[in-house]
Design a protein around this ligand. Structure first.
Ligand code: SF4
Length: 347
């Protein structure tokens, strides 16, 4: 395909019509800012993959599904010339298509090849690791209980590696009813972005029924999901209100709201953009906890903090529970002509 110059407006962060008001409360107002938060190494890699594909091949570059589950990131990439599609049969034959960070099943890879598409795989290496585990256990004739949310792209991709062997277990309740063929050939794997606590409850309930259930070779819930949950637990202990920046289809963002409520936040809300914060949420609130999901650029958090500062929450205390410096190399098709980095660390 020939490169086409595109000139599209860059999406802006929506601006609040009326600033949040500084309503007095008893005591000093402050923000507890969770760290790590925001971009993880897999998201960083996936977003750079699309940008770099656009640089190298010119627009449009097609992306199957949202590259990462964040509306602002998707809009930004659309403005640069990415076209997001649901399935590869919407991509013109021979065009470049990027597979999202959540991974794809072998069926999708085959369909892309049949259409002669130039596929670039931005699947997070930590998702690929779970795919490999599924393939290996299926080869050894295990039934795989995949703890995760039916319909989530990552679960579809992992299950697609071994469709005859995988049974999805959505929640602890399903652990009590799921049927297995041979309790002595059973292993559990999981989606990478679940609540650690809920997953362990599901596994405990499975193990109570099936004592020979094997564990995955290593944690499937990824480092970024775990670190963001640990940080928000600490923040939630001292927060009247927790605000999680992240999109509704972002599993790890939604989990952060749940975890914040379980660990002591009096209220917790998820927002895509800072202008969604409502004045009434701040009523009587001294301490606001802030975090963001693994697919969220920090520019949104910075904007949120500016808006909260106008409402009197100018003092910011970082609550850091881990350091992150993991980076993944780009897909092989795109290595070599632009240095990595510059998009911020995984925290
Ligand atoms: S949340 Fe975890 S599994 Fe998902 S892209 Fe980030 S590092 Fe990879």
């Amino acid at each position: 395909m020939s490169a086409t110059a595109v000139s599209l407006p860059v999406p802006r962060i929506p601006v609040r019509r009326e600033p949040l008001r500084d309503v007095p409360v008893s005591g000093d107002k402050k923000v507890l800012l969770a760290a790590p938060r925001g971009y993880c190494a897999g998201v960083d890699r996936a977003v750079i993959t699309v940008e770099k594909a656009l640089d190298r091949y010119g627009a449009p570059v097609y992306v199957r599904k949202q590259i990462v589950h964040n509306i602002h990131v998707v809009r930004e990439l659309e403005a640069k010339g990415a076209i997001f599609v649901e399935e590869v049969d919407e991509v013109p034959e021979g065009a470049h298509v990027v597979f999202s960070a959540h991974g794809v099943s072998p069926m999708v890879v085959d369909s892309a090849a049949e259409r002669g598409l130039q596929a670039i795989d931005a699947t997070c290496p930590l998702v690929t690791k779970v795919h490999r585990e599924a393939v290996r256990f299926a080869r050894d004739d295990f039934q795989i209980l995949l703890v995760g949310h039916e319909g989530h792209e990552e679960v579809e991709g992992t299950a697609g590696e071994a469709p005859d062997n995988v049974t999805v277990v959505n929640n602890p309740e399903e652990a009590d009813t799921v049927e297995v063929d041979d309790p002595s050939k059973l292993v559990w794997l999981s989606q990478t972005t679940l609540s650690v606590d809920e997953t362990m409850e599901t596994v405990d309930r499975l193990r109570a029924r099936f004592p020979e259930l094997q564990d995955p070779p290593s944690d499937d819930i990824c480092y970024a999901t775990q670190n963001r949950q640990v940080a928000i637990k600490k923040v939630a202990e001292g927060a009247d209100l927790v605000i999680v920046v992240g999109s509704a289809n972002s599993s790890n963002s939604v989990r952060l709201v749940e975890v914040a409520l379980q660990y002591g936040a009096k209220a917790a809300y998820r927002i895509d953009y800072p202008d969604e914060v409502r004045q009434e949420w701040l009523e009587g609130v001294r301490t606001v906890g802030i975090t963001s999901g693994a697919s969220v650029p920090d520019v949104l958090v910075q904007q949120l903090m500016r808006e909260l500062a106008q409402a009197g929450y100018a003092e910011v205390e970082e609550v850091r529970t881990a350091e992150e410096d993991l980076m993944f190399s780009l897909p092989k098709e795109l290595r070599g002509d632009r240095p990595r980095g510059g998009r911020g660390s995984a925290s």
